[in-house]
Design a binder for this molecule. Structure first.
Ligand code: HEM
Length: 391
């Protein structure tokens, strides 16, 4: 008897394998709603990147040391001496950025197609929690190489926590594990990054996928008026949708490896708490909030700034319970779509301002210095010596 048959007989004698086989086969051959297409691949791409982050993260953990003395050196060792260490470190660093991008694209797809409406409100809410976890993954991982940029970006980032009403000072102390960013902060961020978030995200993704399968993919028909589709009109999950996801996944992985090779992430100088580098900026996904906070000054201003940054996130969480209209098609939801577009353009604009602030830029052939708040000041005018000073 072959090994396969022996294993099957062993399992059959102990479990109801026919029942489990039937359940799995039902899921694999499930028919998805007829309009399921290329725009429906971003969820799976996010999942693929989560798996890739977990695998490369485990490899990094084999050599990484979470102490101020050893963290930076261990990353140098991984990059310089460990077989393929440079590659999986780069894949992990670029994978984080790409995962946030795919999660955002998936979120935009489900928002504009009204997929968050009844009965999928909780699928959306678990999605928003997943989004929070994903950006917290980025924030906590950023500090781990213990380089200058990471150290100071975390110092600035945790400083904003101080402005939260009532609990600000306590929150900042809690995040840092003390008054300043030290080895205690590194330990905390490490535990959050490699234990708390991976398990939390795994649980949330499991619930999210379960809910998605339970309700199937939404159609563009109004809530409560969805007509059941004939099985032969549905898109077979396997092989049709899986093939689409497979194609895009291969392209994504190729893109990821290309980025890793062509544009490697620097390890940077080791953290120096006594030397503040100029122009510390956070990662691109925090740039909109970072820029927005700059427009609010003084005690009350800072409080308003925190409120202004939190409102979009709170709105995201409760959005399915605010938008109770029946329509799903974007053309029939002008208010929700306009709202979403304004939010998207504002985030892109603020992010761009944050990116170019405190730099010199050329627009239409003229040089400008972009101030902290993003106002352009013509460099020629700024540098011109006042006429009264000319002798
Ligand atoms: C790691 C992150 C995530 C993974 C792995 C994931 C996975 C998936 C998958 C595989 C689907 C099936 C259809 C599709 O891909 O479009 C789906 C559906 C859905 N997801 Fe996500 N998702 C993630 C994050 C999010 C986020 C951040 C949101 C929104 C805040 C969200 C909201 C939804 C909704 C509402 C659906 C139902 C779509 C429909 O029925 O048309 N997901 N998710």
């Amino acid at each position: 008897m072959g090994l396969g048959k022996a294993v099957k007989r062993f399992l059959d004698a102990r479990f109801d394998t026919a029942l489990y086989g039937e359940l799995i086969s039902k899921q694999i051959h499930k028919r998805l709603t007829p309009h399921t297409g290329w725009l429906h691949v971003f969820g799976s791409l996010s999942l693929l990147l989560f798996v890739s982050q977990t695998l490369t993260g485990i490899l990094l953990l084999m050599y990484y040391r979470p102490t101020p003395e050893e963290a930076h050196k261990s990353i140098q060792y991984i990059t310089g001496s460990v077989h393929f260490g440079w590659l999986y470190r780069q894949i992990h660093a670029w994978g984080a950025t790409l995962m946030i991008a795919t999660v955002l694209l998936h979120m935009l797809r489900t928002f504009f197609m009204g997929s968050y409406k009844k009965p999928r409100e909780l699928t959306w809410v678990t999605g928003v929690l997943i989004f929070f976890c994903t950006i917290t993954f980025g924030f906590s991982g950023y500090l781990l190489p213990w380089n200058q940029v990471a150290f100071w970006a975390t110092t600035v980032g945790t400083e904003s926590a101080n402005k939260v009403p009532f609990i600000g000072p306590w929150l900042q102390y809690f995040l840092r594990g003390g008054d300043a960013v030290t080895g205690e902060t590194l330990s905390r961020f490490f535990v959050v990054h490699v234990i708390i978030l991976p398990w939390l995200l795994t649980g949330l993704i499991a619930v999210h996928l379960f809910l998605m399968r339970l309700h199937n993919i939404s159609t563009l028909e109004p809530v409560g008026e969805e007509k059941p589709f004939k099985p032969e009109h549905g898109i077979p999950f396997f092989p049709v949708h899986v093939a689409k996801e497979g194609c895009i996944s291969i392209l994504l992985l190729a893109f990821l490896v290309t980025l890793a090779v062509v544009s490697p992430w620097e390890i940077g100088e080791p953290a120096n708490p006594l030397l503040t580098p100029p122009h510390i900026k956070p990662e691109w996904y925090f740039l909109p909030s970072y820029q927005l906070l700059k427009y609010f000054e003084g005690t009350y201003g800072a409080l308003l700034g925190i409120i202004a940054c939190s409102v979009p996130f709170v709105l995201l969480c409760v959005w399915p319970f605010l938008d109770r209209g029946k329509e799903r098609h974007p053309k029939k939801r002008p208010i929700a779509v306009t709202f979403g577009l304004i939010g998207l353009v504002a985030a892109l604009f603020l992010g761009y301002l944050g990116h170019i602030s405190e730099t010199d830029q050329t627009f239409f052939g003229k040089r400008y210095h972009i101030s902290l708040k993003g106002w352009p000041e013509a460099i020629d005018d700024r540098d011109k010596v006042p006429s009264s000073d000319v002798h």
